[in-house]
Structures are given as structure tokens and as C-alpha cells.
Design a protein around this ligand. Sequence first.
Ligand SMILES: [Zn+2]
Ligand SMILES: [Zn+2]
Length: 125
Amino acid sequence: MQRNTIQRRIILSTVLEMHNHPTAADVYSKITESCPGISRATVYRILGQLAEEGMIQHIPLGDSADRYDFTLGEHAHFVCQCCGKVFDLPLAQTPVAAAEGFSISKINVTATGLCPECAKKGTNA
Ligand SMILES: [Zn+2]
Ligand SMILES: [Zn+2]
């Protein structure tokens, strides 16, 4: 068994177990618990490969660290400005391209605001 294959399997199963939209750093620190010898560069590189192959979803979040997601179906993300948590939102409708001739292969929707918990805290304060 090739070393890289084993590492890939460990990284993939770790992401599939983490249901909180981990950053690459989160995945790395989780992996070092069970596999202390692995390098940060290896984890980051394999995460990128897995995302490219469509095994996991890469979520670029602009101003905060990119996240990885085990949920592959099209869905939108909501980032709380207060606690920084990332939530899944159902993507109820596919926005159809307004102009003809565009074919959508991937939709990336990220909303920002306050999650229910933080919104509640805000009104009570
Ligand atoms: Zn929040
Ligand atoms: Zn998600």
C-alpha cells in the first residue's frame, strides 16, 4: 500500500466525521491526534486533491479561512459574523442564469449575518 493512499484515506475519513465545516487547520489538528507524524503541508495538499476530485467540498469563504464540507449536494452556507460558525442552508431554488447561453456547473452561495443563537443574545443584551 502506498503511503500517500493511507494518508488520503485517513484525511478523507476525518473530514467525513467532522460535520462542522472544518478549516484545513481544524482537520490537521484532528488528524495529528491519531496520526502525529503527518505534516501540515501533506494534509493541506491532500485536502486540495480530495476537493478537486469531488470527494469533499471546498468552501472558499473570502475573508475567513476556507472550509471543507463532507456534504456534497448543492447547498448554501451561512457564516455567523458573531461566533464564526458555518451553517448549511438549503438551496431551495437554483438561480437560473438570467441571460441565455450560460451553463451553470457550480453554484457557491454564502450568506453572512447572525445565527439564531447570536441574534437572540443580541436582542437580550
Ligand atoms: Zn453565531
Ligand atoms: Zn455545508
